[in-house]
Design a protein around this ligand. Structure first.
Ligand code: KG4
Ligand code: ZN
Length: 339
């Protein structure tokens, strides 16, 4: 008899991407049938960052357009309910509630951070090695967190940023350097031709025993150095970008390795927009191989690192298996939601 698959319709509108996905899931398998992502980056670029009201208004026509492009024979609806921008989240949640009412199918409110963690599970090799406990380094524009995953849907935050997120450190430095929003990929590109030791940027909280992060001191050091330099020469800019990127990568890698040792995990995930960074992936992978024998490295595929509905559908399926459903009459957004 063929294995019974559960079809999940997933919606993500927490920030500046509108996304709708359809996934067919079973206990050990998941097939992404569609993952439509409409990015608002070109809209927000002229403001140098995301404008919440503009984001929310832009989601409205997009969500309708994307929903009309996917099949409507699903078993459940998963939607991001937080954390994120309140008005942006509201667009996805209201669309999902309406669909749940009309279809009579169960509704699942998903935590965006759980979605980022589930993005690593979309990779078949990672699924084979999915043995608890796991550690996730979540690095995005709004979050820098180390999460201990004890089981499906069972988490403990063991480290987090006390101020800026890693993505913000990239984005704010890039803005200073006159690079477009979002700055992370531009810094990474520039850094390819640069020397990582050209500038001695601080590695905040590396000597501290806690597993927390802080990037605001680095931001200040970057600003002071840039003001002295005002680099208009491309090679200097490349050195600046490479040194700055290495400072961020050093802190992220070191704290992740420490946490993985402390909690004796079997695998380490790296997820979220900043995990698109080639140097972060490479250096974290190398350190795991060197320092943590037997521990597997489980990065999410580059196609799922930035915000997308497929990852929300995967997390939604974990919740579906636990019958963790929300009442369509009551589901509300929670902009401050944590894992
Ligand atoms: O996960 P994401 O799409 O959105 C949030 O939930 O925040 O992450 C976006 C962040 C931005 O800060 C962007 O600059 C950063 O991911 N990013 C990168 C790279 N690609 C995206 N940062 C460093 N290197 C990259 N290659
Ligand atoms: Zn995100």
């Amino acid at each position: 008899m063929p294995k019974r698959l559960t079809r999940i319709l997933a919606i993500e509108t927490s920030c500046d991407e509108t996304s709708v996905a359809i996934l067919d899931c079973s206990k050990d398998d998941v097939i992404v049938i569609k993952n439509l992502v409409s990015s608002q980056i070109p809209i927000h670029q002229k403001y140098g960052g995301v404008v919440p009201e503009v984001a929310a208004r832009s989601h409205v026509p997009e969500i309708v357009a994307l929903l009309s492009e996917v099949p409507h024979d699903f078993d459940a609806i998963a939607v991001t309910r937080g954390p994120g921008l309140a008005t942006a989240l509201g667009v996805g949640v209201e669309a999902a509630r309406t669909l749940a009412y009309v279809s009579g199918k169960p509704l699942i409110g998903v935590n965006h951070l759980e979605g980022h963690m589930a993005s690593a599970w979309l990779n078949p090799e990672n699924r084979k090695n999915w043995k608890f406990p796991l550690l996730a380094l979540i690095v995005s524009g709004g979050h820098t967190e180390l999460v201990l995953i004890k089981d499906f849907c069972k988490y403990k935050i063991v480290g987090q940023t006390r101020d800026d997120a890693a993505g913000e450190a990239f984005d704010k430095s890039a803005k200073l350097m006159g690079l477009p929003y979002p700055g992370g990929p531009h810094i990474a590109k520039l850094a390819e031709g640069g020397d990582v030791v050209a500038f001695a940027f601080p590695r905040p909280m590396l000597k501290d025993d806690s597993l927390d992060f802080s990037f605001s001191g680095l931001k200040t050091a970057v600003r002071q150095e840039w003001e002295k330099l005002k680099a208009n020469n491309l090679q200097l800019k490349a050195h600046f970008a490479a040194s700055l990127q290495q400072a961020i990568v050093d802190v992220l890698v070191e704290k992740t390795i420490r946490a993985a040792k402390k909690f004796k995990v079997k695998g380490v995930l790296v997820v979220g927009g900043v995990s698109a960074n080639t140097e972060l992936r490479r250096q974290l992978g190398e350190r795991i191989e060197q320092d943590l024998p037997g521990v597997v490295f489980l990065p999410s595929d580059r196609s799922y690192v930035t915000d997308n509905a497929a990852m929300i559908g995967a997390a939604g399926y974990w919740r579906f298996r636990k019958k963790d459903f929300s009442n369509w009459k009551k589901l509300e957004v929670d902009p401050e939601l944590n894992v």
